[in-house]
Design a protein around this ligand. Sequence first.
Ligand code: ADP
Length: 738
Amino acid sequence: MNKEALDLCSQEPIHIPGFIQAHGFLIIIDKDGIINYYSNNLCDARYQLPDDLPGRSILSLSRFFGKEKDSTFIMDLIRLSWQGRQFKPINPYVVEIGGSYYNMILSLSASGENYILDFEPEASDLYSDPQNMVGASLSQMLADKDLQTILENSVMQIKSIIGYDRIMIYKFHEDGHGEVIAEDKGNDLETWLGLHYPASDIPKQARDLYIINLTRLIADVNETPVIISGNMNASPDLTHSTLRAVSPVHIRYLKNMGVSSSFSVSIIVDNQLWGLIACHNYTPRFINYKQRETAKLIGQVLSSCIGLRNQEKIQKESMQLQTVLVEITRNLLNDSKTEAFIENSAQTILSAYDASGIAFLFEGKIYTYGNTPDDEYIPEISMLLEKNHQGLIASADCKQDFPSLNLCSSKYAGILACRLTMDLKDCLILFRKELSLTVKWAGDPTKLVNYDENGQPFISPRNSFEQWSQEVKGRSKQWTDTEISTLLEIRDEINFAVGRKTAELRILNEKLRDAYAELDSFAHTISHDLKTPLTAIKAFAELIIRKTGEEDIKRMSGKIVDHSNRLHQMITTVLEYSKAGQQHIDSHTIDMAMLTEEIRSQLLIKPLNENLQLDIFTTPDLEGDPILIFQVFLNIIENAVKYSHKVEFPKVSVKGYRKNDEVIYEISDNGIGMNSQQQSKIFGLFNRVGNIQEFEGSGVGLAIVKKVMARHGADIQVHSTEGKGSTFVLTFPIHSVA
Ligand code: ADP
């Protein structure tokens, strides 16, 4: 819709027109009954009113109201209308003025400072009394379950009651423009059913007045409005006056349509102006106050009926979506893996939301189903959620609402997105495709603003009502409130489940840590305590050997000593292993050149093979516990030497270097090597692999190394080929590097 036209229309102060419609009179008095304003048609000689009305008391108009002896009844009526702090006038009060009967309609001005007295003819252009007909009509109107049929019945019934040439139900869309959704009319008139009218036809301030005044009568568009006089500078606020004159723009608009009289009844649903029962007549027509009140009743019944049907629709939709929520909650409970949950839920959400695609951004990964834009768009939408929209976007026109996204407007016209977990980037996005739609306008809605000779814009009501079709592109079906609120419920469920899983994992980790510590200290205690009885066993076995003369017993006791020695050795290594997990890490910068040199000299004192070539290349320093790191390097280099000493020319090398955020050491040998299956086992406690009977060892060294490395946040890997040699790669993170 043309924004300029809307702005201009909404600026017109239609509640203070300075005029009333010519079929009645108006008097405005203050709280003490002093006349502040009056309509100029009261100056007619017939009414014998004094010239100086403003400033006089209403009580001084004694001869004006025919049979009433004086005008004290007005002040009495006002008094009676106050019920506590509420003003509830009993309207209308019939008075005689100049020999004719008038309905006096009393109201309180918008400011609450004045009382407005509207005097309208009591006689009406409706001959039958709608009050008698309304009972039967209402039951006929509501005789169907389907809302559209109810609306169609309603226009027919209303037409039969008030007899206007054309009766329409005019529904307001979200952007303020209207559509005729039901119509009954004389046979000679062309239909307006299905036509759309721009928002400027009934601008915002007019729509606001329809909420305050539930009926509005324009009796004759051709009558000349009557000016209001008074002793105040400003024109009075006629928000509550039934006679309020009509905006000249609207009068011209009606004239252009050929309409002479218009009557409308508001349809209010959930305190919002849902639409109007709009009645047009092609000759002037006046409906009196009581009859208008009856029409108001019809409007109210229709309003609550629409409200009820809306409620039913929402309830139905809500129940459907609740089943989705239940399914998703079940998925969350059943599927421990994110992938499984997303996969199972995606299809459910897609079909329930009538969406064409769905995307999840979860823990840095993107999951998409159905028609979704390229992955690179998903983080962009997530950023939008993060920045501007309190974690929620519901748009049926992405191209207009988020032009920076640059999404294909036909495939992804609408998006409904919300943040998921506490991580602001995690989100769920639903996509809807374009809904191709043709709107039939009653005239070209873009040609509403004209310009005067000074270039100033002014609103000119359309004089052409020729149908004008417009293809609406790039818009999807609207996301309903229920759909949006259910999505937020889905989000809460996911949040709850993720939170619960994180907590479970944390508790599990803590338990595991405690269990490890317990196990370590258990191993330490038990291996330590085993040593004492073992020493006793060994001592007694040795005593038996010394004391016995029998060879058999000597031999068997000798075996006890051997096995005791082995057990002692094993206990010692277990103690070492558990110590590696418990020992406090005393971190320092380690001079690696010195450390490796010391190992080298230790190993070369009595080499297993005289031909051993042990090369130490670059040795960048490390940050760590010097004793433990020494143990690591000694173990690895010692192994390299040990498992290569059978080759003719054993070669062992140590090489360190920095790479990105890490210091890496590679210790290589040309020894027996291992196959890949064996490689996967060597870091386990007591694991020895391959053909190693002729190599001494306990299978504990690498288990200790692995533990010490982990405690330094470092990593150890092995690359090896059976019969060719092995390379152990030790990777230390930079924070442990000097
Ligand atoms: P061990 O005391 O047996 O050497 P480790 O824990 O140090 O125990 O090593 C575990 C096993 O890994 C060894 O028994 C051996 O099978 C294998 N291994 C370790 N280092 C090498 C190497 N450099 N070359 C080949 N095999 C090795």
